[in-house]
Ligand binder design. Structure first.
Ligand code: ASP
Length: 607
């Protein structure tokens, strides 16, 4: 080894020891001939002092150190000393000591980096530049910490599952399409002209085949590839903790994940806590109360259904929505009755931006002694003149609004109302600072609909994937009332994000075909696309189910240092799906295309 100990490991107990260190020059300061450097390696920082004269003088080493620049790689021999009293740095793990240099050597110089890695880069440096020089960006403390935390979490998962009899099994990357609702990445075959492999959107069929193969408990830290628009925080490739188990029901799978995630939050990350036990909420219930299937449970602001009150209202926009078959819902924002015209306009614009036709706001002045003593002058609303006091009182009782609060109400088709109110609820939760920042409000949403109606395709599609089992007593609704069929499908959510989806699967060929047939697959398509799984289901497939929590998103919750999912991935793609470091995607040689039997259609002709 070029070093005898790592920088971050030095402590007062090493006082007096001779050490050899190697690392990067994090910072250098000259104080009248004395040179101080913060030397950094993967374990942390330590201060090294070079003295040109005096009892611990090392003139040659000091001269060398005077040349040091940021990010040079250097090696230092010296002696550990307690820092003189009053000069300790309590913010640094090694801050009670320093190393007095006796000799120093430059192992490699560095060009001046395009940004200062001794400072935080996240949010400070243009992200494209950070990704272009990712190897420098990853040197910054918080990025380094994020990647190490990722490693710790994954190691914890492996140990936890190994202890419980799970077997880690790799599945192929070059495989066949398994639909998870995205486009496939395709790889042309050189040997079989005109044919393609698909990169797995998930190892779904493979893990089910492993259950048929008798493993009973499988997991994999699996890379999944989905060619979808990179909205928000998505990446083409993401990492899942892929799990499948035999002879289990929903409680077994969710119970395992609850135990694992509680332990990760409590033992691996620090300063965070979870709700105990994780709430388990049915889909219909969360849609009613939060307007979304990924509710942020760190705060209340629950939605109330006001449709019956609206139906009896004189106010046209309220009654009209119910007459048109829509709904009216709303919630109370505490303490917001005094919002200015400008603030109210901002909320209206926000709701419209989320698809709502408009937003009805009704504030109850804080001066109102109580709801029962409500007077006209206490009602602050653009539609105040059309509202009767009894009506305001009834809406307030339903939404839980009292004096000082502001009711936010949306009317329209149910998906529009829910979408707009769910966003508004999150917005108000954030504005009012209602969420405990140390809480990771993990919860399970269960009993999803088996199918959802795809307007564009004018067809039913699976809400999760087509291997998900309906409730046992809902099989006969599939053909007669598909919207009513509830599935043995559960999601893990936290703080407004979906962290995992899973389900109990269909393990019988005839039943699996029944679902596929309902979704419009012909016999030939079923055989061609899913023949491998359908065939396996005929050879003693055990009842089984699983789940696949995404690791990237979990990490963004566990660290304070992630502004996006890209901050917890060592080499992510940009939101345009490019990698500025490697310059991918990139053209390839004509000869490579020929070997792959692939011809490029110019973009103009491709449509
Ligand atoms: N394959 C599913 C997914 O990637 C997860 C599962 O059902 O286990 O979302």
């Amino acid at each position: 080894m070029l070093k005898s100990i790592s920088c971050g490991d030095l402590r007062p107990e090493h006082d007096g020891q001779s050490v050899t260190l190697a690392g990067w020059v994090h910072r250098r300061r000259d104080h009248g001939g004395v040179v101080f450097i913060d030397l950094r390696d993967s374990t942390g920082l330590v201060q090294v002092v070079f003295r040109p004269d005096g009892p611990e003088a090392a003139p040659a080493a000091t001269e060398t150190a005077q040349r040091f620049r940021a990010e040079w790689v250097v090696r230092i021999e010296g002696t550990v000393r307690r820092r003189p009293e009053g000069t300790e740095n309590t913010e640094l793990a090694t801050g009670a000591i320093e190393v007095v240099a006796a000799a120093s050597e430059v192992l490699n110089e560095s060009k001046t980096p395009p940004f200062d890695v001794s400072q935080e880069t996240q949010g400070q440096v243009d992200e494209l530049l950070r990704l272009r020089y990712r190897y420098l960006d990853l040197r910054s403390q918080s990025m380094h910490d994020n990647i190490v935390l990722r490693h710790r979490v994954i190691q914890y998962m492996r140990r936890f599952l190994d202890d419980r009899g799970f077997v880690e099994i790799e599945t192929p990357i070059l495989t066949k399409s398994t639909p998870e609702g995205a486009r496939d990445f395709l790889v042309p075959s050189r040997l079989q002209a005109g044919t393609f492999y698909a990169l797995p959107q998930s190892p779904q069929q493979l893990k089910q085949l492993l259950m048929v193969a008798g493993f009973e408990r499988y997991f994999q830290i699996a890379r999944c590839f989905r060619d979808e628009d990179l909205r928000g925080d998505r990446q083409f490739e993401h990492t899942q903790l892929d799990i499948e188990m035999s002879f289990v029901d929903e409680d077994d799978v969710c119970g395992l994940i609850e135990e694992l995630y509680t332990a990760i939050v409590e033992e691996v990350a620090t300063g965070r806590h979870v709700l105990k036990p994780f709430p388990r909420l049915a889909y219909d219930d969360v849609m009613a109360r939060y307007g979304t299937d990924k509710p942020d449970l760190r705060f209340g602001l629950e939605l109330a259904d006001l449709s019956d009150l609206a139906a009896a209202s004189e106010v046209r926009i309220l009654r009209g929505a119910t007459e048109a078959g829509g709904i009216v819902k709303g919630f109370a924002a505490p303490g917001c009755a005094g919002y200015s015209r400008k603030e109210i306009d901002g909320l209206i614009a926000f709701a419209k931006g989320r698809g709502a036709q408009g937003l009805v706001t009704i504030g109850i002045d804080a001066a109102a002694p109580s709801l029962s003593a409500l007077a006209t002058e206490h009602v602050r609303s653009p539609i105040a003149s059309a509202l009767g006091l009894d009506e305001v009182r009834a809406l307030a009782e339903r939404t839980g609004a009292g004096p000082g609060d502001l009711m936010l109400i949306v009317a329209g088709p149910s998906t529009v109302v829910n979408t707009a109110l769910a966003a508004l609820r999150n917005e108000m939760g954030e504005r009012l600072g209602l969420a405990d920042p140390t809480l990771i409000a993990l919860a399970f949403v269960t009993d999803f609909p088996l199918f959802e109606w795809d307007e564009e395709a004018a067809a039913w599609t699976p809400s999760h994937h087509l291997f998900t089992s309906p409730h046992e007593d809902h099989w006969d609704l599939i053909e007669t009332d598909p919207a009513a069929v509830r599935a043995r499908h559960y999601d893990l959510v936290a703080n407004g994000m979906e962290l995992a989806s899973g389900s109990i699967r269909i393990h019988d060929r005839a039943r699996q075909e029944r679902v596929m047939r309902f979704l419009g697959y012909t016999e030939e398509q079923m055989e061609e696309r899913f023949g491998q799984l359908l065939g396996a289901l005929e050879y003693g497939a055990p009842p089984h189910g699983g789940i696949a929590p995404g690791i990237d998103r979990l990490l963004t919750l566990l660290t304070d240092h992630a502004e996006s999912i890209r901050d917890v991935i060592a080499f992510p793609k940009t939101q345009a799906g490019t990698d500025p470091l490697f310059g991918t995607p990139a053209p390839v040689q004509a000869s490579q295309l020929k070997e792959l039997h692939v011809a490029i259609i110019p973009e103009d002709d491709a449509t």
